[in-house]
Design a protein around this ligand. Structure first.
Ligand SMILES: [Zn+2]
Ligand SMILES: [Zn+2]
Length: 141
């Protein structure tokens, strides 16, 4: 059976698959995610840690201390630079897979957006997407 949530990087070196369905799908419009994605936002498709399997390739990691003092790790392909995954030291039980790397992007139905306070002014999200000005306390994404 082909897993529904499979994906990989632009050059094909990194391949992954996720079991089950995402815990959440959200956008992040923070300045750092705009910079990493080279676009207006990135799409975080959140799975439990044990649901994510890498079948090929080795990820490079860029780690920074985020606004609340915890470490945020951006995992990317060292060959083509595609952003693949974000992990947060304060939420070790989850993996945020970058939605644009999925093979079937029709499954992406984001329900919220973080950091709308730094959104590009020309971007209007549908009302069905809950829009948080920053990263609300208690949200795991
Ligand atoms: Zn690659
Ligand atoms: Zn962000």
């Amino acid at each position: 059976m082909t897993p529904k949530f499979s994906g990989g990087c632009l050059c094909g070196a990194i391949r992954y698959r996720c079991e089950g369905v995402p815990l959440s799908i959200g956008l992040c419009q923070c300045e750092r995610c705009q910079r990493q994605s080279g676009s207006a936002f990135l799409i975080a498709t959140v799975f439990a840690r044990e649901a994510v399997h890498f079948d090929a390739g080795e990820l490079n990691i860029y780690s920074v201390t985020d606004a609340n003092g915890s470490t945020l790790n951006r995992h990317f392909c060292g060959t083509c630079g595609s952003a693949i995954m974000i992990t947060l030291d304060r939420y070790p039980e989850i993996r945020s897979m970058m939605g644009g790397t999925l093979d079937d992007k029709s499954v992406l139905k984001p329900s919220f957006s973080l950091w709308c306070s730094s959104a590009q002014p020309w971007l209007r999200l549908p009302e069905a997407i809950t829009q948080h000005p920053e990263y609300p306390d208690g949200l795991i994404a």
